[in-house]
Design a protein around this ligand. Structure first.
Ligand code: SF4
Length: 311
């Protein structure tokens, strides 16, 4: 398989075939982001020959009689056919509809068991696609996009140079919904900066509550020296929230959300993993957050953050 640089995927895509169709990010400007700094380019689409040869390799892996026999001799379970493909890169959904349809066609040709195709997406990726194109993409299997919206706080979106506004989140997600494309949100706790965590969470809930994400997945801001945000802090133009403020912000977010969604703080940036359905598990989640806020110290949480070598 062709893989370039660090491959990032949501925890819930662990069973999906990771197919490299892009590497890097078309935007590459968010001040806090260091995710694709290991690449020598900003964004690249894979040659179709590489995509096709990876699909052939995946097909061989799951269907070749020799590898099936080997698996049996090793006493392992027979591998299940792939049900889902996750396209790698920060925003493969930016590719032209025609290209995405060609990729879906190739996936169907080599892996007919695949039922859906997911990927990370930016809010801006659907802007240049018509409503009809979005419907075509849904029909071709694109579903379950993971969008790192980070926040609905317009001040934070502008400062961090996310490249869209809260109104854009509403407009584009409603278009996805109209086409039947489901999506989940990654939220970035602390993106609003010191003193603004709880107001940022309230502004975000106001936006999220008008939409239907299948997931709200908070990550916690962890600032690395090779980020632009680190320089902003050194220059004194931005201040990070304290660790307990980050948990108070998360509490406000949970409290303010009134939609039906899955809330899951997963991944290394969260010292505590929290999961539950909203609204059913709201009280349970709030109690867990209250427990963290009252029983864990700022120093302990800070120690966790500063000892995270990477995300
Ligand atoms: S859009 Fe995502 S991957 Fe691209 S720079 Fe921003 S945070 Fe990083």
């Amino acid at each position: 398989m062709h893989y370039t640089g660090t491959i990032w995927r949501p925890p819930y895509e662990a069973e999906s075939l990771l197919l490299e169709v892009t590497a890097g990010c078309t935007h590459h400007r968010c001040k806090f982001c260091t995710l694709y700094n290991d690449l020598p380019f900003k964004f690249r689409m894979s040659p179709m020959e590489d995509i096709e040869s990876d699909l052939l390799e995946a097909q061989m892996l799951r269907t070749n009689p020799y590898s099936r026999m080997l698996t049996r001799l090793q006493g392992k379970d027979r591998p299940e056919p792939f049900r889902r493909v996750f396209l790698t890169g920060a925003n493969p959904f930016v590719l032209k509809t025609e290209k995405l349809l060609q990729i879906a066609e190739l996936i169907r040709k080599y892996l007919p068991s695949v039922e859906s195709i997911g990927c990370f997406a930016r809010i801006t990726d659907s802007v240049k696609k018509t409503d009809e194109e979005l419907i075509k993409l849904r029909q071709a299997g694109y579903n379950g996009l993971t969008i790192g919206v980070e926040t609905g706080d317009d001040g934070a979106l502008a400062f961090m140079r996310k490249g869209y506004t809260s109104q854009d989140i509403l407009t584009q997600c409603k278009r996805l919904e109209l086409a039947g494309i489901e999506y989940g949100f990654f939220y970035l706790t602390s993106v609003s900066g010191k003193g603004n965590g709880e107001s940022g969470a309230k502004a975000t809930a106001k936006i999220f509550n008008q939409l239907h994400p299948f997931l709200v997945g908070p990550n916690m801001l962890t600032i690395y020296p090779d980020s632009e945000l680190y320089q902003e802090i050194q220059n004194g133009s931005w201040k990070e929230e304290g660790e307990l403020e980050k948990y108070r912000e998360l509490r406000t977010l949970v409290e303010s959300l009134n939609i039906s969604t899955y809330f899951a703080a997963m991944g290394a940036s969260n010292a505590f993993q929290l999961r539950g359905r909203l609204p059913e598990d709201k009280e349970k989640l709030l109690a867990a957050l209250d427990g963290i806020i009252s029983e864990v110290s700022e120093e302990e949480l800070r120690h966790y953050r500063t000892n995270l070598p990477h995300l």
